[in-house]
Design a protein around this ligand. Structure first.
Ligand code: SF4
Length: 211
């Protein structure tokens, strides 16, 4: 199955996802850090705390103490590391004119920030700054392997596979990643629900589950 075929199947089944669930660019950036190694429910609690304290502004995050920030983001887990990453990343976005910088250059700088790996950097580029960058996460890797889309496994190779197979389209990449997450949470879970999967007739993994 090609990436484009997968997109069409997911989109016709689940419809538009309209990600990312955030009101501002900065809220997307904060969410991209807080969602590392946790589920979205925990991120929502931390974001809610930040909103209640009127803290979802770069200036506020930089001026308040790290201890105060840790307390507010505690529900998202790993709050010591995430508070430090958030402050470093916030200083970067606050001091750089990202909107006028080429994507490749920002990406190189983002992934050099301690705590910001390729997945977080690409989520920020795609959903906060609307750049055509395909996000690869653990769900994508698992689904690609199960469907036999490619035998590539490394982040950069998988990203290249998707980007070279699809038009360079921010909206398409944003929808596609959201649809992969949706399918991976609902049906193609850690223990896949192949018997009720609408892709099962084209999925090699479903045959191996039956045998
Ligand atoms: S058939 Fe099974 S393994 Fe394949 S995509 Fe569906 S749930 Fe995942």
């Amino acid at each position: 199955m090609t990436p484009h075929e997968l997109f069409k199947r997911l989109k016709s089944h689940y419809g538009s996802q309209n990600w990312w669930p955030a009101e501002t660019t900065y809220e997307v950036i904060v969410g991209a850090v807080l969602t590392q190694n946790t589920n979205w429910n925990n991120v929502e609690k931390a974001i809610e705390n930040l909103k209640k304290e009127n803290m979802l502004f770069p200036e506020k995050i930089l001026e308040k103490s790290p201890e105060y920030l840790k307390k507010l983001i505690k529900p998202s887990g790993f709050y010591n590391a995430k508070a430090s990453t958030l402050r470093r990343l916030t200083a970067f976005v606050y001091n750089n004119n990202i909107k006028n910088t080429p994507t490749k250059k920002i990406r190189e700088k983002l992934i050099k920030i301690k705590g910001v790996g390729p997945e977080t950097a690409d989520s920020i580029l795609l959903y906060a700054y609307k750049r055509p960058v395909f996000v690869i996460d653990a769900y994508t890797k698992r689904l690609v392997r199960r469907l036999g889309i490619t035998d590539k496994e490394k982040y950069g190779e998988l990203q290249h596979h998707f980007q070279s197979s699809l038009p360079e389209d921010t909206q398409l990449y944003a929808e596609f990643h959201a649809l992969i997450v949706e399918h991976s949470k609902k049906i193609c879970r850690k223990s896949p629900q192949c018997d009720r999967c609408f892709i099962k007739n084209d999925c090699p993994e479903s045959f191996s589950q039956e045998n």
